[in-house]
Design a protein around this ligand. Structure first.
Ligand code: NAP
Length: 288
């Protein structure tokens, strides 16, 4: 039996794929109502993480952040108290917290993998996630059948924390990319250029990017329904800065970009898609 905790935007399509693969599954979510829709497909619902860990040998987490993962594992009625054998954390959390969790869990002989993903809700729906794994290699091989059910490209990157190190490198780039795209588009609009035309022209040259391609329609229509929430990008940039500080590595651009996303949160954009960073330039930094 596979256990799954975290039925947010990413977790829900991932659970659907595990069910499609035919694996029995038991679910828990802080807001438990989100689990009910899966009952008709045969999913069991657990009372709490501990109960879930007593029903499932292998448990996947797809939670918001380090605090959510810590309380789910080590809090009251947490997974730590259960008979779980393997925890696969697919959330994006602090790499150093993740390494700490792996050490604490190893004292109870619970195997722990960090396995964050690149790709968003649409990739999760199509089982096309790119999965970045850190931890014990034998444990990785023993759960590859689950990763194959969720993702397209699966990378084993080394010991605990290395999946997350790769993930934060990725999100440093996408966050900065979207911020400069927003800043430039705002300047263009303020001088009277048409946003759609600018994006069409940018997509023809070296200024094109995957971020531009994926977020073009959001930016044109100013529709910021979330697939990846701005608050999550801010968190991931924070984890990059935390990592850089611990290792004394300069990340000046990331520090600046992080400030912008934090301002986005202060301006009520946290629950919107991270492409809503455009509104920060349009509304708050426009000088109007
Ligand atoms: P989300 O929609 O915000 O869902 C977050 C999940 O975490 C929900 O199940 C939420 O429970 C749970 N949670 C939050 N705080 C908690 C706490 N203190 N204790 C227990 N549960 C808690 O996030 P998401 O978009 O699915 O993302 C999940 C993870 O994947 C994040 O780490 C994110 O950075 C990463 N990620 C997301 C994307 C994307 O495109 N969305 C892509 C790659 C990676 P409730 O339902 O009760 O709120």
């Amino acid at each position: 039996m596979i256990g799954f905790i975290g039925l947010g935007q990413m977790g829900r399509p991932m659970v659907k794929n595990i069910l499609k693969c035919g694996f029995p599954i038991v679910l828990w979510n802080r807001t438990i109502e989100k689990a009910y829709e899966f009952q008709e497909y045969g999913a069991e619902i657990a009372k709490n993480p501990e109960d879930l860990g007593n029903k499932a040998d292998t448990v996947i987490l797809m939670l918001a952040d380090s605090e959510a993962v810590e309380s789910t594992i080590f809090g009251n009625n947490g997974l730590y108290n259960s008979n779980v054998k393997i925890i696969i954390d697919m959330s994006t959390i602090s790499p150093f917290k993740s390494i700490e969790f792996s050490k604490r869990l190893s004292e109870k002989n619970i195997k722990y993998l960090d396995a964050p993903v690149i790709g968003s809700v649409q990739h999760a729906e199509k089982a096309e996630l790119n999965i970045l794994v850190g931890g014990d290699l034998d444990t990785f091989n023993s759960v590859l059948y689950i990763f194959k059910c969720l993702g397209k490209n699966i990378y084993y990157l080394g010991p605990n924390g290395y999946g997350l190190f790769m993930k934060i490198v990725n999100n440093m780039i996408i966050g900065a990319n979207l911020a400069i795209l927003s800043e430039a588009l705002n300047l263009g609009e303020r001088v009277g250029l048409n946003k759609k035309l600018m994006l069409d022209i940018l997509s023809l040259g070296t200024a094109n990017s995957k971020v531009l391609e994926l977020k073009k329609d959001n930016l044109i229509n100013e529709n910021f329904e979330p697939t990846f929430k701005l608050k999550h990008e801010a968190k991931d940039l924070f984890y990059s800065i935390e990592t850089a500080r611990k290792l004394n590595i300069p990340v000046p651009l990331t520090s600046l970009v992080h400030q912008l996303y934090e301002s986005g949160i202060s301006n009520n954009l946290g629950e919107m898609d991270y492409s809503s960073i455009f509104l920060l330039f349009k509304k708050n930094l426009s000088g109007k």
